[in-house]
Design a protein around this ligand. Structure first.
Ligand code: ATP
Length: 236
């Protein structure tokens, strides 16, 4: 059984039909990626999974159970956590306070403290600067903070929305190797990216989205060799 399954998801912003019947599956332990151009509907798909937007049609199953009617915080408690596009950290709070916000659904203080240390081990730069305001971090470091904050909710499935956006190539490499390490710890990943090359090189399986529909899906290695993908998304 897939960990997450989207069945025929439709979403409208007013009269704009942004998702036109999206079917997508993610299995436990995998890295899956959703690639596509600006405006294809990738972020809307993640927002539907996180229950921030309620699809007008279709079904989202998590561990085989429908998520319909669940509030966004219940989705987080169930183990699904999104790292939003543009990081959305709290610039006026310290790095540590930002991370603690990620654990807002949790009660056990000792376990929260242990996870803070785990995040600082994964991102030493955050540990060194834990008392500084989040807003003093560079774009790449803010992306690390946003990922660290999501890890504080102890996710089973991490939804990442364009973590490479606006970052220099070296920083993109760093962030992607961290995503790989997180996956190695047993956290399942659904990665939304415009950087198709980096995403397909990291992922096990990929979906290609165009104007609200999945037009192609295959193991990532196959998509990297696909002529249509090469021409439209890899600049080859
Ligand atoms: P990006 O990489 O720019 O985030 P995306 O693939 O994530 O692109 P979405 O942001 O999901 O695409 O947008 C899908 C479609 O829905 C686009 O046509 C977009 O213009 C439209 N859209 C997104 N947000 C809104 C909104 N708040 N109101 C109206 N239309 C919207």
């Amino acid at each position: 059984m897939p960990l997450l399954k989207l069945k025929d998801i439709h979403y409208y912003y007013g009269n704009i039909h942004a998702l036109k019947g999206v079917d997508l599956e993610v299995y436990a332990g995998e890295i899956r990626t959703l690639i596509g151009a600006n405006g294809a509907g990738k972020s809307t798909t993640l927002m539907a999974i996180s229950a921030i937007f309620k699809p007008q049609q279709g079904e989202i199953l998590y561990h085989g159970t429908s998520l319909a009617g669940r509030a966004p915080d219940e989705i987080v408690k169930a183990g699904l956590c999104q790292v939003p596009e543009g990081r959305r950290i709290f610039p006026g709070l310290t790095i540590q306070e930002n991370l603690e916000m990620g654990a807002y659904c949790r009660r056990v203080k000792a376990a929260i403290a242990a996870d803070l240390e785990m995040v600082y081990e994964l991102f030493p730069v955050l540990g060194e600067r834990r008392r500084q305001a989040g807003g003093t971090l560079s774009g790449g470091e803010q992306q690390m903070l946003a990922i660290g904050r999501a890890l504080m909710s102890q996710p089973q499935l991490l939804l990442l929305d364009e973590p490479s956006l606006g970052l220099a190539p070296l920083m993109v490499e760093k962030i992607f190797s961290i995503i790989e390490r997180i996956a190695g710890e047993g956290i399942t990943i659904l990665l939304v990216e415009q950087n198709a090359h980096a995403a397909l090189n990291l992922a096990d399986y990929g979906y290609v989205m165009e104007t609200g529909k999945i037009i192609l899906e295959a193991p990532a290695a196959e998509l990297l060799r696909d002529e249509r993908v090469k021409e439209a998304y890899l600049g080859e």
